[in-house]
Design a protein around this ligand. Structure first.
Ligand code: AMP
Length: 378
């Protein structure tokens, strides 16, 4: 089976590694250069979208910010999973909100902002503090602003105007305003859906973000009530989209109730723990779903935490005596994810101890949420 992935980053790389034992041959289409590459070696295998589509049995994507013309061409081949509409929905916060409302899934209240009058109206109707997010091309806290007081309104509006003017998709771009949610925790749910509607869903993951970027994910706790709530929302969203593949949903938890923050139509950073913590990891289950193979068990075999390696962060090899290192073969750059560490233990307390041990090897300014995460578990 030949699978072509739209996007040639670390998610394509990890899918290639997971697909090898199944004899699934992965190529990655770099949407910027138009090259088809091997996602691990980066060897150039071809060039151009049409021939790459012809050569693939199945097409999938590792990110959602993909030009609509590329997606349309893939959709017309009948080979793309999840379908183009699911990918477009994940890449446009407006479409996402409409989908969630239509599926009856609780999400954050919002208003669309296209000009200064809309901006002022949002301040009046939603109340401060506000979170403002670009509808398109926003990720890892990019294209996101916070407005705490009326005094900051002019300055924030200036930043937004500059962003809108320079946006690559200026004519389709807009801003979504949401109330600032004072959440107790951020949580995500990862699951896979097959073409026949069968689903396999992982246990919930708790996530800690720093400056809008995921720092640490922990999958250790059992919370049946939250799991049931999240799974029911997952099923509504996945069925509405007639989704095939792995889908991630990010939630805010407030007083035991979940509100969807956003969806990601792909394998997700908060699911990397499944490589060491579950029977079948998210990368393999995504490939199984899109290749129409039986889904594998999503059972968590032991409490596991994932710690992102970001920017110029360094990691001593000595941690390999008790942790798993996953590098992405990427040059260090501020805010760039260049690898992650997975850490497993037999029980929650031991996982907390291992995280604390890990934190002694790593610089606090480079791994800011690690101490907090260890503290949460002990
Ligand atoms: P997003 O790109 O929507 O995932 O936002 C990145 C991060 O910003 C989230 O993981 C939250 O930590 C924070 N955030 C986003 N939206 C809100 C909100 N409405 N209220 C509070 N925090 C938010």
């Amino acid at each position: 089976m030949k699978v072509m992935i739209l996007g040639a980053g670390q998610l394509a790389r990890m899918m290639a590694l997971a697909g090898a034992p199944l004899n699934i041959k992965i190529s990655a289409y770099d949407i910027h250069s138009g090259d088809l590459v091997h996602p691990v070696t980066k060897e150039v295998l071809g060039h151009g979208l049409e021939s790459s589509i012809d050569n693939a049995d199945v097409i999938t994507a590792e990110f959602e910010h993909i030009n609509i013309d590329i997606l349309k061409l893939c959709q017309s081949s009948g080979k793309i999973f999840p379908n183009a509409e699911s990918i477009l929905t994940g890449g446009d916060r407006r479409k996402e909100k409409i989908l969630l409302d239509r599926a009856g899934v609780k999400n954050t209240r919002y208003q669309i902002i296209e000009n200064r009058a809309d901006f002022d109206a949002a301040i009046t109707y939603i109340n401060l503090p506000l979170i403002l997010k670009s509808a398109l091309d926003g990720y890892d806290g990019r294209g996101q602003w916070r407005l705490k007081t009326q005094n900051e309104a002019n300055a924030v509006w200036q930043k937004i105007t500059k962003f809108l003017k320079t946006s690559p998709q200026a004519e389709r771009q807009c801003i979504i305003a949401e109330p600032f949610i004072a959440f107790d925790r951020e949580i995500s749910l990862i699951g896979a859906r097959s073409a026949d509607g069968t689903m396999a869903i992982y246990p919930l993951t708790e996530n800690i973000h720093t400056d809008g970027i995921l720092s640490v994910s922990i999958s250790a706790n059992e919370n049946e009530k939250l799991q049931t709530q999240a799974e029911s929302m997952f099923k509504s969203v996945a069925d509405s989209l007639n989704y095939v593949g792995v889908l991630a949903i990010e939630f805010f938890e407030v007083n035991g109730t979940l509100t969807v923050n956003e969806i990601a139509p792909r394998v997700h950073n908060s699911g990397h723990w499944t490589q060491q913590g579950s029977d079948v990891c998210q990368f393999e289950n995504h490939l199984r779903a899109v290749c129409n193979l039986p889904l594998g068990s999503t059972n968590r075999i032991r409490p596991t935490a994932m710690v992102n390696i970001i920017g110029e962060a360094t990691v001593p090899q000595s941690i390999m005596s008790f942790a798993h290192l996953h590098w992405y073969d990427k040059a260090p750059r501020p805010r760039r994810k260049i690898g992650h560490i997975n850490l497993s233990a037999n029980d929650i307390n031991s996982l907390g101890e291992s995280l604390r041990q890990l934190s002694m090897f790593l610089a606090k300014d480079q791994f800011p949420a690690l101490h907090e995460a260890a503290h949460k578990l002990i």
